[in-house]
Design a protein around this ligand. Structure first.
Ligand SMILES: *[C@@H]1O[C@H](CO)[C@@H](O)[C@H](O)[C@H]1NC(C)=O
Ligand SMILES: *[C@@H]1O[C@H](CO)[C@@H](O)[C@H](O)[C@H]1NC(C)=O
Ligand SMILES: *[C@@H]1O[C@H](CO)[C@@H](O)[C@H](O)[C@H]1NC(C)=O
Ligand SMILES: *[C@@H]1O[C@H](CO)[C@@H](O)[C@H](O)[C@H]1NC(C)=O
Ligand SMILES: *[C@@H]1O[C@H](CO)[C@@H](O)[C@H](O)[C@H]1NC(C)=O
Ligand SMILES: *[C@@H]1O[C@H](CO)[C@@H](O)[C@H](O)[C@H]1NC(C)=O
Ligand SMILES: *[C@@H]1O[C@H](CO)[C@@H](O)[C@H](O)[C@H]1NC(C)=O
Length: 798
């Protein structure tokens, strides 16, 4: 589904690009002669390979940062295969690449500093050429190659490019960046081709399987030539006898082998019809086998989705960068005493960093060895006939899998409250979840319908996403700059704006709304008016009450513009003129949920369940999946709109400040939200996380079950001091505990006359109760709410 939407969007953008991009102002060449240069700027110049499959020139990621790079001309997202200056981008103006008289090719920044240069020092150099293989070469007059980019790969190896003892593929630090990361492909000194994670903290080889010896892994170490190559047919052969064939073996297909930012090594093949990449081989089938993918103290859990999580007593350092791992919430000097306890983490291991490995030992001996050794942070004990004991000095390379037979016993201070975690059932329907959960690698490896990670499918999707981003950036830039002469001070804000929405003039919107005549609603962020555009599209125009600064406004709009999900209201465009800030949204026939819940025309049960599920999906997308983590902060029936089929679409998102998801550093300057739906964190001045939306959602689904607005819920006289929601939850929990059989019936909207699914109602009530827990850590995530509700989706009992 998403893939389709993207495909169309891509097509649309591509057409746009072709029809509007100022092609006339760029020039391409087959070679660059000595003394000449290529520069960034209005008249971009490129080198292209004779068959046009590769392009070389300046490449930008949307900010004022350029790389001298080679990319696949025909891949939709212009996938980069090589960069000269990966860790040191240059400025947009005045940077250039020159072949100097002394024969060096140099990249200089705007101030003339040399950012990168070739090691050629012969005046014999005549010209630079880009070959059909994607190799940038410096040749002399006789046509001999004096220097080639193939000797200095970044994260990608191209067919026919030799991988040698002097080369290394190094991953990017994160998705969508070129900065060097921690995962490497290289030839070890024992002549074996390896993958290693090489962070500032640790260096651990993880492929081939480190638990096996060289021969069991099918390798040899006697051939010291240390050379490997992927040929044009898709056959890979290395001197340690490692070999594979890509799944699409054959000639005529463009391929690349990339050391991906998630630590996996993959071969991609270009689909020449769609311009997207398909994975045709990968080194590791299971993401948690990439050691160190989650960072220090963290655990990669495979159950069956792969996520990073922190063990009890630890919290995540940076939820957007799991390489940074987790940190202890307690004072670690407390471990240097005997006042400690051990917490079992079943099916878990921290690989390596063993102070002492002994066998056979009893569990008690193992524990005592860890207890008396102050360096010991945990011990691993496994019973395989006899007891194996591993004393750990550091917690790296953590992973947990239901198939793994040993347990880790974590050393924690005695007074720390921590209980044995249930790593594999984080999404069970009981209250509680781990705040630190995040998907490994990319934000969207959950597939709610299939409950399994499908890498091969998801990767092309992400590649596509990258393409869109890039095109949007390019288009947004060009479009806005050309048409509107935007002041330079807000350039940064424009960079990320996607052009799938238009810029409207104020007079256009004034006319469309008939001078803001028909008001549809009014909320915290402003009033919404109905309008008809000149192309007859009916729209909802929101006039923001708060006059945002331009920078702030563009920052928030750029977020909204990138978000696209069937349960979120689409934005068509915006207007920013003088003090007017308007947003143009799609218009939904059935307006908001409150009009179909609390009045005389109310939704039947089936429709209510659809709305509850769809709303959960929309919020889960905002929290877990979309490119930027977005907290809505004002979930309430007025912000859930219904289309003509009564499918829900969430409105008004993206207007709260973006938050580092779950991070304690989240800062909110403005309080947003509506009384009755606001989580206790607001009043208690605690960090605001996505869990405030979970709270609001809980209130909304309980309202949907009851058919009564929360402010009208009856609170008995003796409980007058309690909030309606607290009172309700307490009463219903009492009823459930007392074994009252009709506790569901006592809650469900009596106007339905019994027409509802009892299982679904029970699921909604239970979920609602969990969602409004005072302690945000006990509330489930929206992703797990979706899973819970999906399980009951097909219920039809009466
Ligand atoms: C430049 O680097 C390449 C590859 O490492 C090497 O083969 C060559 O000898 C170097 N040339 C000079 C002049 O240092
Ligand atoms: C070592 O490997 C290379 C490349 O695969 C091969 O050409 C060479 O013959 C091998 N040498 C021996 C002694 O097997
Ligand atoms: C790859 O294909 C060739 C045939 O072209 C075959 O001989 C070889 O065994 C295959 N290698 C692997 C690892 O399957
Ligand atoms: C596309 O790729 C196929 C092989 O998968 C090849 O036969 C065909 O010629 C290619 N088409 C173009 C236009 O390059
Ligand atoms: C940890 O505890 C030790 C001794 O109790 C104390 O000296 C140290 O300052 C504490 N460190 C932190 C970060 O609280
Ligand atoms: C491991 O512990 C045993 C028993 O305490 C001790 O005898 C042995 O020397 C230790 N080994 C190492 C490498 O520290
Ligand atoms: C641990 O929990 C107990 C009861 O659950 C509580 O009394 C105690 O204060 C807690 N200790 C800490 C350090 O949080």
């Amino acid at each position: 589904m998403r893939r389709h939407i993207l495909a169309y969007l891509n097509l649309f953008l591509l057409l746009n690009l072709l029809s509007s991009f100022p092609l006339s102002s760029s020039r391409s060449h087959f070679n660059l002669k000595r003394g000449n240069s290529i520069s960034v700027g209005e008249k971009s110049e490129f080198l292209i390979s004779p068959d046009n499959s590769f392009t070389c020139g300046f490449y930008s990621l949307g900010t004022n940062a350029y790389w001298f790079a080679i990319w696949f001309t025909n891949s939709r997202d212009r996938t980069v295969s090589w960069t000269a200056n990966r860790d040191r981008p240059v400025n947009s103006k005045g940077s250039k690449v020159t072949i100097r008289g002394d024969g060096t090719m140099v990249l200089t920044d705007v101030d003339g500093t040399v950012v990168w240069q070739t090691n050629t020092t012969t005046t014999d150099v005549a010209a630079a050429e880009l070959l059909n293989t994607g190799n940038l070469v410096l040749k002399n007059r006789q046509g001999e190659i004096l220097w080639q980019s193939f000797d200095f790969p970044t994260d990608t190896l191209l067919p026919s490019q030799a991988f040698t003892k002097n080369t290394r593929l190094r991953s990017a630090r994160r998705q969508g960046s070129y900065e060097s990361g921690y995962f490497n492909l290289y030839f070890g000194s024992d002549n074996v081709l390896r993958l290693i994670s090489d962070s500032p903290d640790t260096s651990t080889a993880y492929w081939p399987n480190p638990d096996f010896d060289i021969y069991r892994n099918g390798r040899t170490n006697y051939n010291s030539s240390r050379i490997a190559v992927l040929d044009d047919m898709g056959k890979f052969l290395s001197s340690d006898l490692f070999q594979f064939n890509t799944s699409d073996m054959g000639y005529g297909i463009k391929r690349r082998m990339t050391m991906d930012y998630d630590g996996n090594l993959r071969v991609y093949s270009l689909d020449n019809l769609t311009g997207l990449w398909d994975i045709t081989w990968q080194a590791l089938g299971q993401p948690c086998n990439v050691r160190g993918v989650c960072g220090r103290n963290a655990i990669c859990v495979y159950a069956p989705q792969s996520i990073c999580t922190c063990p009890p007593g630890f919290e995540v350092n940076n939820a957007n960068d799991w390489n940074a791992g987790c940190k202890a919430t307690f004072n670690e000097t407390l471990l240097n005493s005997l006042q400690v306890k051990f917490l079992e983490l079943p099916h878990t291991d921290f690989y390596g960093f063993d102070l002492n490995a002994t066998n056979p030992t009893t569990w008690e001996t193992c524990r005592d060895m860890c207890l008396v050794d102050f360096r010991c942070q945990a011990f691993s004990y496994r019973l395989l006939g006899q007891g194996f004991c591993f004393i750990k000095s550091a917690l790296f390379n953590g992973y947990a899998s239901p198939d793994f037979v040993a347990s880790i016993y974590l050393k924690l201070p005695n007074n720390l409250n921590a209980s044995k975690p249930d790593l594999f059932h984080a999404s069970s329907s009981s209250c509680g979840s781990s705040e630190q959960e995040i998907v490994v690698g990319s934000p969207s490896m959950y597939d709610f319908n299939n409950k399994s990670v499908r890498w091969a499918y998801i990767y092309p999707f992400f590649v596509g996403l990258g393409a869109i981003e890039l095109l949007l950036i390019l288009l947004g830039w060009w479009f806005l700059f050309r048409k509107h002469g935007i002041p330079a001070s807000v350039e940064a804000g424009y960079n990320m704006i996607s052009s799938q929405f238009r810029v409207y003039t104020y007079s256009e919107l004034k006319k469309a709304t008939n001078n803001f005549k028909e008001e549809l609603g009014r909320g915290g962020s402003g009033a919404v008016y109905k309008g008809v555009l000149s192309d007859d599209r009916v729209v909802a125009v929101k006039r923001l009450g708060h006059v945002f600064q331009e920078e702030e406004y563009f920052a928030e709009i750029s977020t909204i513009g990138k978000i696209n999900h069937m349960n979120l209201v689409r934005i068509w465009g915006f207007c920013s003129e003088r003090r007017n800030r308007l947003l143009v949204y799609e218009y939904l026939d059935n307006l908001s949920l409150d009009r179909h819940l609390f009045g005389p025309n109310f939704l039947d049960w089936k429709q209510r369940y659809v709305v509850a599920l769809g709303t959960a999906k929309g919020l889960a997308y905002l929290h877990h999946e979309c490119l930027e983590w977005v907290i809505h902060c004002d979930v309430k029936p007025e912000n859930i709109l219904l289309d003509s089929e009564f499918q829900p679409k969430i409105a008004d998102f993206g207007l709260a400040k973006l938050s580092q998801r779950g991070g304690p550093g989240s800062e909110f300057t403005r309080i947003r939200g509506t009384k009755g739906y606001m989580a206790p964190e607001w009043a208690l001045n605690l960090p605001i996380t996505a869990k405030v939306d979970v709270f609001g959602y809980g209130v909304v689904i309980l309202e949907m079950v009851r058919g009564v607005r929360v402010c009208n819920w009856v609170v008995e006289e003796e409980d007058r001091n309690e909030a309606a929601i607290t009172n309700f939850v307490r009463r219903i929990k009492e009823e459930m505990q007392c074994g009252r059989l009709d506790w569901v019936e006592s809650v469900v909207d009596s106007r339905l006359g019994g027409g509802f699914s009892r299982n679904q109602a029970a699921a909604l009530i239970r979920t609602g109760i969990c969602c409004v827990e005072e302690d945000k850590n006990k509330r489930p995530t929206m992703a797990s709410v979706v899973q819970t509700l999906l399980e009951c989706e097909q219920e039809n009992d009466g």
